[in-house]
Every structure is written in C-alpha cells, then in structure tokens.
Design a protein around this ligand. Structure first.
Ligand code: IFM
Length: 460
C-alpha cells in the first residue's frame, strides 16, 4: 500500500443544499420557493416526490452535526434558503429563518466544524419568479439585498461565502430545458438569467467583504470537461461549442474575459440571441462580474465525449472514444472519469489562475441499501472517491492551489427532477423513519481525514 498525502491544513468536508435536505417547507414563516411550486406541479419530478420533508434536517440538524463530528469533518458546506430569510424575496425579513441558520453556524463552530455558506442553491422565492425571476435584472438587485441581510447577521462567524452554486444549472436547466424549476423553455430567458446570476454575484462580493471582513468570498461553478469523440472537424466543432457553452460561458466573464465570442456567434446564428447579441448586458456589468474573488469552487462529476449530430454517423469516422461500459457509469448514467478532475484543475489553474480552489462538490450516486446487519457496503463509492482524491492530489503536486475538498453529499437527499431515485450520500437516510446510517464510505472517509492521506494499493 502507498499513502498519497495531502498538504497540512487541507480542508476535508461534505456538502448539502437547503431544498435537498431541510424539509419543513412551510415552517416558521418560510415563503414558497420555485422548487416548492415546481415539485407540486404534476409530472415534473421522476418519482412524483417533493422536498416538503426531505431529510427533515430543519428539525434534525443537531443530530446531523453530531454525525459530522463523529466523522471528523473539518468543514460543512450548506446553503441558505432565501425564502426562509425573505419570504417574498425582498422587504419583510423573517427573523426565525435567520435564527435557524445562526444556531446552525454557532453549533458547527462549537464542534470545530467550519461553515462554508452558499447563498443561492436554486430555491428562488416564488414571489420573485412571479416578477420574472432571473431573466429580470431586478432579481439581481433583490439578491444583493438578501446577501446583505444574511452577511450582516452571520458575517461575524462565517469565514467562507459562496455566492452561487452552479449558475449553469440555475440558468439553463431552469429557463432553457425546463427540467428544473421554474420549468421555463426559452433560450433568450436562460441566457439573460445566467447573466443576472453572474451579475448578482459580482455585486454581492463587495457587500460580503464589507459585512464579513475576515472572510473569503467565491463562487461555485460546475464543469464538465469534454473531448471530441473522433478527430474529425465535425466532432471538434461540436466539442468547441459544448465546452464554450457549458464551461467557458461562466468562467470566462468571471475572470475578465467577457462571454466567449465564438459562442455568442453560435447563439446569434441559432436565433437564441438577437443579431445585436447580448442586449441584456449593460455598461459596467462585465467589470462587476469580474470583481476579484478569493477562491473558485469547482464541482466535478464526469466528462462528456462530444459527437456531432449534424452529419450522418457513417461520415463521422473513425470513432476513437467509446461510451464507458456500464460498470464505469453511475446511477445517474454519468461516466466515472477521475482523470478528468486532474485535467480540469490543471486547466483552471494554468488558464485562469484563481488564488485558491476548493472542490466544492464531488461524489457519486449508487443505490446501496443496508444489508441484514444494517451495514451499507458501498465499495463502489469508496473506490470512486479514492480515485478522485488521488487525481486531486496529483493536481496539487502539479502546482494547483487546491485548499479543500467537499464530498457530495453528506446525506442521501432529494435529487431535483430525479426525486429520491438517486443516492449521493455518504450517510444513508430512511425517508420513512428519518434514520441515518453512515455508509462504509463515510467510515473510510473519516480515516482519510484523520490520516490526511489516501491509501492506494500498489497493485493499482
Ligand atoms: O445534487 C446536485 C447538487 O445540488 C448540485 N450539483 C450536482 C449534484 C448532483 O447532481
């Protein structure tokens, strides 16, 4: 066995988000969110479920922090439900909502667990959606008010702020494919939404710094590194577009490079944008979006092998990359590709130079249930995490300033349009009884944290 060591002070954590675990959808003055509305609309969620109860973390948070402590987590990344704080999105503040998160933060700190707070993980107040939602610039203004209120209350104790989680998902899944709340299918609205999400991030950074002076502020993006399926011009063009629309569209403006011109041209050509292009961008927006941050949060799960669909199969040869076999895919149907994490971290470091990077999410959905002894033997998750940790450590060796790693997720939880059909947790949850059982991967993760190292068999 070889020990793969991480730098001293490396932060090991786990992540969740409000709608996916909290439940208590109407408790203590909370307002309705777009996900409350969406999940109660028939046909939107694979198993017809909602997050009304989820993991009931809103009532069981003490028990959940005790589990974090038992596992030895250094940090816990969670998100704040905007409608708990501002039930109408702006205006009237709900003190009970602030108190809930204040108690959570205090208890984490008492237990020596560092809170990493995400302000927006997709549960927009429904009242703001009624006024147009993220395609409207006024929603970015409302986010600023929300960020100000939260950071004025928690800013003395929270030292790590993440403005947004995965604006690609909030913009494109919410407003273009409609697979996520609010379920709209409109390209232009989705691109405007994405812009206002980034803009609200840029506007919030100085406010967070002012209200929480000793803290670090960043944003989390989801990346799917891609490669062309075959070395053909058609597949390369498809790859360029995928990488540009998915990855570069968000990271480029954050690092001062504006939206990628090739993708703007593609969108104009496809009729997704008017001929004059990004008409929702106003003077000063791009400078605001590029406000320097302290760290970049990176969510990585899989890669994409991109194949052109615009020409017949027969003309698109040779096929040099094949879809992964079934045993290299997760229950989400995502390929397991640890090397992609190394490649991604290296690319981000060398091309954009963020001062610090955290892997704010990485994990896997496998449905392993308790056996007769009540043990969840999720060896595949353990292997997945081990191989990704090793890839991350290689990136550190190559010079990437990776400071921490958050496993997605602490708990099995509500996986958006897939409902409860997916199981990302290192802790198993029985939704009928709310019993929690740390899976074998959680016990193993605990040993990794204690050793600050991963053991790898010399046989590979
Ligand atoms: O569950 C989600 C999370 O909310 C955002 N990132 C990806 C995870 C798995 O799909």
């Amino acid at each position: 066995m070889t020990q793969v060591h991480f730098p001293a002070g490396f932060t090991w954590g786990a992540a969740t988000s409000s709608y996916q675990i909290e439940g208590a959808a109407q408790a203590d003055g909370k307002g309705e969110s777009i996900w409350d509305r969406f999940t109660h609309t028939p046909g939107m969620i694979e198993d017809g479920s909602t997050g009304d109860e989820a993991c009931d973390h809103y009532h069981r948070w003490r028990e959940d922090i005790a589990l974090m402590k038992e596992l030895g987590l250094h940090a816990y990344r969670f998100s704040i439900a905007w409608p708990r704080i501002l039930p109408q999105g702006w205006g009237q503040v709900n003190q009970a909502g602030l108190d809930f998160y204040s108690r959570l933060v205090d208890t984490l700190l008492e237990q020596g667990i560092e809170p990493f707070v995400t302000l927006y993980h997709w549960d927009l107040p429904q009242a703001l959606q009624e006024r147009g939602g993220w395609p409207e610039r006024s929603t970015a203004q409302a986010f600023l008010e929300y960020a100000d209120i939260v950071s004025r209350h928690l800013g003395d104790r929270v030292k790590h702020w993440i403005t947004h989680n995965e604006p690609w998902c909030a913009g494109m899944l919410g407003y273009q494919t409609g697979r996520h709340a609010p379920g709209i299918q409109d390209w232009y609205a989705a691109l405007a939404a994405g812009h206002h999400l980034l803009l609200s991030h840029g506007w919030a950074v100085p406010v967070l710094r002012q209200n929480s002076p000793a803290s670090e502020v960043g944003i989390t993006l989801n990346f799917t590194p891609a490669m062309p399926a075959a070395p053909s011009p058609a597949d390369f063009a498809a790859y360029r577009h995928f990488d540009g629309a998915f990855n570069r569209w968000f990271i480029d403006p954050l690092y001062g490079r504006h939206y990628p011109a090739d993708i703007v041209a593609d969108y104009v050509a496809a009729g997704h944008l008017p001929a004059h292009g990004l008409d929702f961008v106003q003077t000063g927006d791009m400078e605001a979006i590029a406000t320097p941050t302290d760290f970049l949060g990176v969510n990585y799960y899989t890669r994409e092998v991109v194949r052109s669909t615009t020409i017949p199969e027969s003309e698109n040869q040779p096929r040099t990359v094949f879809p992964a076999p079934a045993d290299e895919q997760t229950d989400m149907g995502w390929e397991i590709y640890p090397e992609g994490l190394y490649e991604l971290l290296a690319r981000l470091h060398f091309a954009y130079r963020p001062g610090t990077i955290y892997v704010t999410e990485n994990g896997v959905s496998f449905d392993d249930q308790p056996d007769a002894e009540g043990r969840v033997r999720d060896q595949r998750r353990q292997r997945y995490l081990r191989d990704h940790f090793v890839a991350a450590q290689r990136a550190i060796t190559a010079g990437v300033p990776l400071a921490g790693y958050f496993v997605w997720s602490l708990l099995d939880n509500f996986e958006w349009d897939r409902g409860y059909t997916q199981h990302f947790g290192i802790i198993w949850v029985d939704y009928a009884t709310q019993q929690r059982i740390p899976k074998d991967s959680a016990r193993w993760y605990s040993q990794v944290i204690a050793a600050n190292a991963v053991e790898v068999s010399d046989a590979g």
